[in-house]
Design a protein around this ligand. Structure first.
Ligand code: NAD
Length: 493
């Protein structure tokens, strides 16, 4: 039995307890308490923002190279703690150990990437109309960033956002998901150990009310949010009325794998199974749909069900498990309600494994014709729920793919380079995969989507745009004033 973790907020360098507490529980054994964490008050959220604001001037003035060096120290610590971080994550969010390990490594890659950017250019030199003028573009930090994150990638996603914000000179208030506060707190503990100065990183635990308080605080310049469309769009609306407020929001999806008529069938089946059921369908990029050319439909479905039935759905810490439970009772209820909705909307159910105690759900697979207005094949379910949808032409497949409010990830299974290009050009997505599952990320590649999936500030490289603003800086080396567009000074000599 592991010790129960005592959670604390980190505000202005002090680890503080709170009057009210909440439990973090294991999704596979809901009776197991991982730790108790501050159900922070609104005043504590405000205090964290004030601490970040106080720390900002000194941090902004610290050399970018030295800010980045702290990430090198953090990388060493993460390497040392990879196994215990993965284990804690598996217990707290229910993902299987191998995936948790991979996530820690993804977080490590982001830390290493950010360390590298410390010595990259932080601006450009441009030409001017006037030969004697030097024109520079310089990126500057915005100030205080609030990092608000989901439970399903509790290590890598916070680091995607903390890394670029901090290296560019912003200070941060981090609010991890209330479902995974222990992993969130561990990140901050390691950052303190790595030497991030007092107030530069602050941690405040709590639910959506605390997130909302950070969003409504006009002293927060940047909101870096990853989570659902409902919350993200609300944050965007609140922020739209605020001065000097930038929002980068990465949100949900209804991703799909398209299986073309020339697809290698076994590869297509494996790609669909991995896309739909890894992490129990709880990745932002998880495929809720597989679009299959009608000529392959029967054989594809037969093989898909055979492979799916063999998946081991079990304890996150058991190396034999392919996937674990869903996160909580609310997730169980949501998936079951979408399973029922699919039946009402005319689905032919191919597999319904049901549920087991401890938030375990087995895959629900059904065939359904694409028709306008059906919700089960258009809305994000975020669980092991897969629609198989037949198509006749590539044009029809692209139209079905695009018929959701989301646009995050696309897998195409084909040997035909023309078909590949057609889908790349015609489908709305942020990440495309050919002859691969539609899940998986590497930190130096764009990660994000269009429509309700995000507003386009993905990955470390992309986030630099959100966490900084550009200023121009023009220097005249001539002995008198010459202006652009042929404008004269209008002052007689
Ligand atoms: P969620 O939207 O319920 O919560 C995300 C975070 O927002 C949590 O920390 C929560 O406390 C906070 N929050 C809730 N209400 C708030 C409010 N009013 N103001 C400010 N903050 C508030 O999402 P979740 O259930 O934790 O995660 C699952 C969702 O995240 C899915 O939709 C998934 O697709 C998405 N996701 C997207 C990406 C991506 O990169 N596009 C990555 C991972 C997860």
């Amino acid at each position: 039995m592991s010790t129960i973790i005592t959670g604390r907020n980190l505000i202005a360098g002090l680890w503080l307890e709170s009057d009210a507490l909440f439990d973090s529980r294991s999704p596979s054994r809901p009776d197991e308490v991982i730790g108790t964490f501050p159900a922070s008050s609104l005043e504590e959220a405000d205090a964290a923002v004030a601490a970040a604001r106080r720390a900002y001037p000194a941090w902004r003035r610290t050399s970018r190279v030295l800010r980045a060096e702290l990430f090198d120290r953090l990388a060493q610590l993460v390497k040392r703690h990879t196994d215990d971080l993965a284990c804690l994550m598996a217990r707290e969010c229910g993902k299987v150990l191998a995936e948790c390990r991979a996530e820690v490594i993804e977080g490590l890659h982001m830390i290493q990437y950010v360390f590298g950017t410390g010595r990259h250019p932080s601006g450009e030199v441009l030409a001017s109309e006037i030969a004697e003028k030097d024109a520079f573009v310089r990126r500057k930090p915005w100030g205080v960033a609030a990092v608000i994150t989901p439970w399903n990638f509790p290590f890598a996603v916070p680091l995607w956002m903390l890394g670029p914000s901090l290296v560019e000179g912003n200070t941060v208030v981090f609010k991890p998901s209330e479902e995974t506060p222990a992993v969130g707190q561990r990140i901050v503990e390691l950052m303190v150990e790595a030497g991030f100065p007092v107030g530069v990183v602050n941690l405040v635990h709590g639910d959506g009310n605390i997130g909302e308080r950070l969003v409504r605080n006009s002293d927060v310049n940047v909101i870096l949010f990853t989570g659902s469309w409902d919350v993200g769009s609300h944050i965007q609306q609140v922020s739209a009325t605020m001065v000097d407020r930038i929002v980068a929001a990465e949100m949900g999806s209804k991703s799909a794998v398209i299986v073309c008529k020339d697809a290698r069938l076994d590869l297509a089946v494996n790609a669909a199974v991995i896309s739909a059921f890894k992490t129990s369908g709880q990745r932002c990029v998880s495929a809720g749909r597989v679009l299959v050319h009608e000529s392959l439909l029967d054989t594809f479905c037969e093989k898909l069900i055979a492979v799916t039935k063999r998946l081991v759905i079990g304890e996150p810490l058991d190396p034999a498990s392919f996937t674990g439970p869903v996160i909580n009772q609310h997730a169980v209820d949501k998936v079951l309600s979408y399973n029922a909705l699919a039946r009402q909307e005319g689905a032919t159910v191919l597999l319904d494994g049901g549920r087991r105690e401890g938030h375990y759900l087995t895959p629900f697979v059904y065939r359904i014709e694409a028709k306008s207005g059906i919700r089960c094949a258009r809305e994000e379910v975020f669980g092991p729920h897969l629609a198989v949808i037949p198509f006749r032409t590539n044009e029809e497949a692209a139209a079905i793919y695009n018929d959701t409010p989301y646009g995050l990830s696309l897998g195409v299974i084909t040997e035909d380079y023309r078909a590949m290009r057609f889908f790349r050009e015609e489908c709305e997505f942020g990440m495309g995969y050919v002859n691969l599952p539609c899940i998986g990320a590497e930190v130096h590649l764009p990660f994000g989507g269009v429509k309700r999936s995000g507003n386009g500030h993905p990955s470390a490289a992309g986030l630099v745009e959100a966490v900084t603003h550009k200023v121009s800086w023009t220097i005249n080396h001539g002995e008198d004033i010459r202006m652009a567009q042929g404008l004269t000074t209008g002052i007689e000599p």
